[in-house]
Design a protein around this ligand. Sequence first.
Ligand code: LLP
Length: 424
Amino acid sequence: MSGFQYRNGQLYCEGVSVTKLVEQHGTPLWIYSKNELLSRLREIQTAFAEVDPVVCYSVKANGSLGILRTMALAGSSFDVVSGGELFRVKKAGADTTKVVFAGVGKTDEEIRFALECNILKFDVESEAELDAIAFVAKSLGTVGRVALRLNPDIDAKTHVKTTTGKKGNKFGMDIERASQLAEKVLKNQYLSLSGIHMHLGSPILTTDPYEAAAKKAVEVVREYRSKGHPIHWINLGGGFGISYRKNEGLPASEYAKVIVPHVKEAGCRLTLEPGRYIAGNSGILATQIVFKKQEGGKTFLIQDGGMNDLIRPAMYDSFHRLWPVAPKVAMPEDVEGEIAGCEKVDVVGPICESSDYFAKDRYLPPMERGDLLCTFSAGAYGTAMSSNYNAKPLAAEVLVDGETAKLIRRRQTYEELVSLETAE
Ligand code: LLP
């Protein structure tokens, strides 16, 4: 079930009207559908069931405690990239023993914390990091379980700012260097190598890059095993794309088709780190039009949500479907280009930067001051990347389950904005 539909000209999240939620909690407001989150997770669990996957929801996509708790109760594990994310996972009451930890700059404190949490694996990105894990593990009298993160030099054809698996990116190691490191692990009693990791980029809208990566993985697993490493895990990271515009996103089963046979051939279990696929279309951002302004031959809808809330359009020129909460025109399948009964507008926020826009030259039903607008596909990398820029408080977040809605983060107050600071 899709979590958001129009009913009698009003947008609903599951069984709750968005207008009602806004009346209660104000705008900007993040609204998540619990059923959508869970059905996306289940889709992945089912599609990859043959290789007994450990699905590690990627905390970076949306690490709100209410979301993490929902994922944990549904049997998800977690992919973290910092001590703070690991802390969130713990705080949500989740099991940390199936957590995987990637990232090029893990500090000794973060490594110690992760070892104390007995995480499943560090995805190691350099020789220096491997040395640091061995050093900290020794000081704790424990063993660091590691996977080597490979840079397979595969072009995932995604945005230049979110490509990670191409030669020259800061992530992972080339396959030859990783082989040398594997030798080093064998000689160190404080390390054990049990897997390989690759993450190609995000979002990826074709299956070819995964097929190429899975093939490489089989070769590398064979090589490491021949050298005496007990390799049990192939981790192919995250990156599954979603539909931001129309139906361009593939179902998880399509990715599974090209990945599962190779993982089976290697005789490994699979780890995946999906973030966007689970959270992306499970969340929207509801905002209010503050002013409508005509200037320089353009019509601007100025809303109360801005790049401080959702930075994706400013940062990646990303496309999000926008449509009013109570539209005078039904939302068409295709929201790009001219639409009858609509006017061409720029939707912008209140932040003092020209890059603060959500859409340019977009056709929307006529909207006025006070009307509510909704930004779709905002559940991933929305609130997770939001900031207090221009001293804007962080927005509230609501998780809807059927007919009920739970406030999982209240709106930040002005006092809280300055609570860590002193003017002394
Ligand atoms: N694993 C690793 C090692 C990653 O670096 C990422 C994302 C993921 C998993 C999750 O990827 P996903 O399944 O969500 O595509 N802020 C950007 C996306 C940056 C992705 C960073 N790494 C955006 O808003 O599009």
